[in-house]
Design a protein around this ligand. Structure first.
Ligand code: NAD
Ligand code: USQ
Length: 416
C-alpha cells in the first residue's frame, strides 16, 4: 500500500483529496493547522455549505468506509513537527495544498501581503528541506496556479519555453508576470522547487491549476459531515461561485470591468483525477515536471452567460452588471494556454455546464436561506490602494495587530 501525506487536508480541495486517496487504498496522513478557519473568524466570512470539524469528518469517514485517515495538526512554518511527521510516516508522495490561496486577502494591506508570502514561501521551503532530510525519494505534488503566468500576449506553454536569442537556444522556465502578491508567492515556490530538484535530486510535479469549481465528489456526497467548502464572499469566493450564488438569489452578477479576463477552469472531480494521475505516474529523481491543470477556458462574460443560461432554466432572471474593477489586471487579452500533459495521462474532463445543472445549483438552492448578502458586497479589496478599511469594517478582531503578532511569532520560532 502506498503512503501519501496531504498537506492542507482541512481545505476545500484537500479534504476531498484525502478521502479520494483513502478510498483508492492509499494510506493517508492528513496535515492542517486549521488556519483557514481562523482567517474566516477574523474576516467574518463563512462557507455557504456547513463544514464539520476535522474530528467529525474523520470519524464519519471511518464509520462509513472502515478506513482510517491519520490526522496531524501542524503548521508548515513550524519545521520540527513537520519533519517529525514526515519521518514517522515515510510517504511515497506528498500533495501540498497548505497555503493562503486568496488573491484579495493578499492585497488587503502590507500585513496581509507579508502574512501570505511568509506562510506560503516559508512553509514550502520547510517542506523541501524536510523531504531532503527524511524522504529524498518521495514525490512532491505541489499546487501552483495558472495565474503564475499572468496574461502574456503569446501562447502559454506547460512550464518551460524554448527561446532562441542572438543565435543561441535554451529551454527555460516560462516567464511569469502574475497579478497579486498571492500569485507571486506561488512563483517563488515554483522557483524554490525547481532549485531543490536541481541541487538535491528531489522528484516534483508543479501543478499550475486553474479555478476549481463544484462541491460534489463521490466522497463528499456520502454524508453532510463529509461536505467541503463553498466560498462566495469577496475575499475567498471565486467569480464562478459568486456569479452562481448571485444568480440563484436574484442579485446582479458582478463582472469586474470589461469582462474579457480569461482563466482556465476545472471541476473538483477532475482535480482529484489529475492529482491521482500525477501520483501514479511520478516525476523522475531530479525532475521538476510542470502540468497546466485545467480543462476549459472562459472569459468572465462567457462565464456569466453560461451561469445566466442555467439560472434562467431554473426560473431566475439574472442581470449582469459591469462594476469598476477593483483589481489591476488586463480586461481584454490574448489567452491560449497549453494543457495536454494530463489529458495524455488519461484525464477525462467534466464540463462546467453539466456540473452547474447536475449539482452546483441544487447545492446552492438547498442552502439559499444561509446566503449572507453582506458577503457578496462589492468591491471589498482594491489593488491600487488596499482595502484595509473595508476589511476592518467586517473583521471581528484587529487583523493588523493579530497579523503582526503571528509574523513575529513565526520569525522568533525560526530564530530559536
Ligand atoms: P483552502 O484555503 O480551502 O485550503 C488550504 C488549507 O491549507 C486550509 O485548510 C488551511 O488551514 C491550510 N493551511 C494554510 N496554511 C497552512 C500552514 N502554514 N500549515 C498548515 N496548514 C495550512 O484552499 P483550496 O481552495 O483548497 O486550495 C488548495 C491549494 O490549491 C492552494 O495551495 C491553492 O493555492 C491551490 N489552488 C486552488 C484553486 C482553487 O480554485 N481553489 C485553484 C488553483 C490553485
Ligand atoms: N471577478 C469578478 N467578479 C467577482 C470576483 C472576481 O469579475 O465578483 C474577476 C476578477 O477580477 C478576476 C477573475 O474574476 O479577473 C478571477 O477572479 P477569481 O476570484 O475567480 O480568481 P483568482 O483571484 O484568480 O483566484 C482563484 C483562487 C486561487 C487560484 C486561482 C486560479 O482563489 O486560489 O490560484 O483562482 S487562477 O485564476 O488560474 O490563477
Amino acid at each position: 500500500m502506498k503512503r501519501v501525506i496531504v498537506l492542507g487536508a482541512d481545505g476545500y480541495i484537500g479534504w476531498p483529496m484525502a478521502m479520494h486517496l483513502s478510498r483508492l487504498g492509499y494510506e493517508v496522513m492528513a496535515i492542517d493547522n486549521q488556519v483557514r478557519r481562523a482567517w474566516d473568524d477574523e474576516g467574518g466570512t463563512a462557507s455557504l455549505v456547513q463544514i464539520a470539524s476535522p474530528e467529525v469528518r474523520l470519524a464519519t469517514w471511518k464509520k462509513l468506509t472502515g478506513k482510517e485517515i491519520l490526522w496531524r495538526d501542524i503548521d508548515l512554518c513550524d519545521f520540527e513537527p513537520l519533519r517529525a511527521a514526515i519521518r514517522e510516516f515515510q510517504p511515497d508522495a506528498i500533495v501540498h495544498f497548505a497555503e493562503q490561496r486568496s488573491a484579495p486577502f493578499s492585497m488587503v494591506d502590507r500585513e496581509h501581503a507579508v502574512r501570505t508570502q511568509v506562510n506560503n514561501i516559508v512553509g514550502n521551503l520547510n517542506l523541501l528541506f524536510a523531504m531532503k532530510d527524511e524522504v529524498p525519494d518521495c514525490h512532491l505534488v505541489k499546487l501552483g496556479t495558472m495565474g503564475e503566468y499572468g496574461a502574456p500576449n503569446i501562447d502559454i506553454e506547460e512550464g518551460y519555453i524554448t527561446i532562441n536569442h542572438n543565435g543561441r537556444s535554451d529551454t527555460l522556465p516560462y516567464p511569469k508576470v502574475p497579478h497579486s502578491f498571492y500569485h507571486l508567492s506561488k512563483v517563488a515556490d515554483s522557483q524554490n522547487i525547481h532549485f531543490a530538484t536541481r541541487i538535491w535530486g528531489i522528484r516534483a510535479t508543479d501543478l499550475n491549476q486553474g479555478v476549481v469549481y463544484g462541491t460534489h465528489t463521490q466522497d463528499t456526497a456520502l454524508h453532510p459531515d463529509l461536505a467541503t467548502r463553498l466560498d462566495y464572499d469577496s475575499i475567498w469566493g471565486t467569480a464562478l461561485n459568486r456569479f452562481c450564488i448571485q444568480a440563484a438569489s436574484d442579485l446582479p452578477i458582478t463582472v469586474y470591468g470589461k469582462g474579457g479576463q480569461t482563466r482556465g477552469y476545472l471541476d473538483i472531480r477532475d482535480t482529484m483525477d489529475c492529482i491521482t494521475l500525477a501520483i501514479e505516474n511520478p516525476a523522475e529523481p531530479g525532475e521538476c515536471r510542470v502540468f497546466n491543470q485545467f480543462t476549459e477556458q472562459f472569459n468572465l462574460n462567457e462565464l456569466a452567460a453560461i451561469i445566466s443560461k442555467v439560472a434562467i432554466k431554473a426560473g431566475h432572471s439574472p442581470e449582469i452588471l459591469h462594476l469598476t474593477n477593483p483589481r489591476v489586471e488586463l480586461e481584454e487579452h490574448y489567452y491560449n494556454a497549453k494543457h495536454t500533459k494530463l489529458l495524455d495521462l488519461g484525464l477525462i474532463p467534466h464540463l462546467l455546464e453539466d456540473t452547474l445543472i447536475e449539482s452546483l445549483f441544487s447545492v446552492i438552492s438547498s442552502n439559499i436561506g444561509a446566503i449572507d448578502p453582506v458577503l457578496l458586497e462589492q468591491p471589498s479589496v482594491t489593488w491600487s490602494n488596499g482595502g484595509n478599511e473595508v476589511w476592518q469594517k467586517y473583521a471581528k478582531t484587529s487583523v493588523s495587530s493579530k497579523m503582526e503578532d503571528e509574523i513575529k511569532e513565526i520569525v522568533n520560532r525560526e530564530r530559536r
